[in-house]
Design a binder for this molecule. Structure first.
Ligand SMILES: O=C(O)[C@H](O)[C@@H](O)[C@H](O)[C@H](O)COP(=O)(O)O
Length: 232
C-alpha cells in the first residue's frame, strides 16, 4: 500500500487535525488560484468532522464543494448525501461555499449522466482536496465490487457515471477513478475498529475489482493519507 496511515488516539483528535489540514489546503489553493475545490464523501463517518470544518475561518465564498457520490434519491430521503452535506457542512462559516449537488429531476440515474457531468465543468482540475470513505466491502465513492458498472468506473476517462450496486440500495451517481485521481491530495477517512480490520485486509491484496478502494491506496500519482481512529 502506497498511502500513508495516520492513526489518532480517538476520532475527536482525528477530526480536529483533519479539519484544520483541509481548511489550510483549501486556503492555500485559493491563494494560488483564486478558488479551491473540495470533494467530500457521504455516509456517517464525516459528519462530526464537517461540523468542525464548517467553523474554520477561510474564504468559503471561493470554495467549490461537491460529493464524490450520491444515492439517486430525493433530498427529503434520509439516504441523500446531499441533504447530509446541507445540514452538516454548509452551515456556520461554510454556508457561503458554492455547493453543486448531483441529483437532477431524472427518474433514472443512467439517463442523467451527461447532465450531471456538465454540472461540474466549471470545477477546476486538479481538485484541491478529495475525501474518500470506505465501506466494509472495500467500496469507495459508489464504486462497488459487485456491480455491473465496476470495470467502467475503474477504466473510463469520463468523470461521472451512474452505478447500480447489487449489494446496497439505490442507483448511484459517482465520480470515477480517473476523475478522483485528478486531484492534489486524497484522504481516506476511517473511524472504528471494523474499518481498521477492513483496511488491513485490503492492504494485504492488490485486486481493485475485489476492493475498489485499492485503486487509490495502491497508486503513487496523488499523495494519499489514511486518517484513522479506532475509537470515537
Ligand atoms: O454514499 C456513500 O455511501 C458513500 O460516499 C460511501 O462511499 C461511504 O463513504 C462509505 O460507504 C462509508 O460510509 P460510512 O461512513 O457510513 O461507513
Amino acid at each position: 500500500m502506497k498511502a500513508k496511515i495516520r492513526k489518532f488516539e480517538n476520532s475527536t483528535l482525528l477530526n480536529e487535525a483533519f479539519s484544520q489540514e483541509i481548511a489550510d489546503k483549501l486556503q492555500a489553493g485559493i491563494n494560488e488560484n483564486g478558488s479551491a475545490t473540495l470533494l467530500v464523501s457521504g455516509g456517517n463517518t464525516p459528519k462530526p468532522m464537517f461540523l468542525m470544518l464548517s467553523n474554520k475561518d477561510i474564504e468559503w465564498n471561493k470554495v467549490n464543494i461537491a460529493l464524490v457520490d450520491d444515492r439517486w434519491v430525493e433530498l427529503s430521503d434520509s439516504a441523500s448525501n446531499e441533504a447530509m452535506v446541507n445540514s452538516a457542512l454548509l452551515i456556520n462559516k461554510a454556508s457561503v461555499a458554492n455547493f453543486v449537488g448531483m441529483k437532477t429531476e431524472h427518474k433514472d440515474a443512467f439517463d442523467a449522466q451527461a447532465t450531471v457531468s456538465a454540472k461540474f465543468d466549471a470545477f477546476k482540475r486538479p481538485f484541491d482536496v478529495v475525501i474518500l470513505g470506505m465501506g466494509e466491502d472495500g467500496h469507495t465513492a459508489s464504486i462497488f465490487p459487485c456491480c455491473a458498472q465496476l470495470d467502467e468506473a475503474l477504466t473510463t476517462s469520463k468523470d461521472i457515471m451512474a452505478t447500480e450496486p447489487t449489494t446496497a440500495p439505490h442507483q448511484r451517481m459517482t465520480f470515477t477513478k480517473s476523475a478522483l485521481l485528478n486531484s492534489k491530495q486524497l484522504y481516506l477517512h476511517l473511524v472504528g475498529e471494523s474499518k481498521e480490520t477492513v483496511l488491513l485486509d485490503v492492504a494485504a491484496g492488490s485486486d481493485e475489482k475485489q476492493a475498489p478502494i485499492r485503486a487509490f491506496l495502491n497508486q503513487s500519482v496523488v499523495p494519499m493519507s489514511v486518517m484513522l481512529a479506532t475509537t470515537k
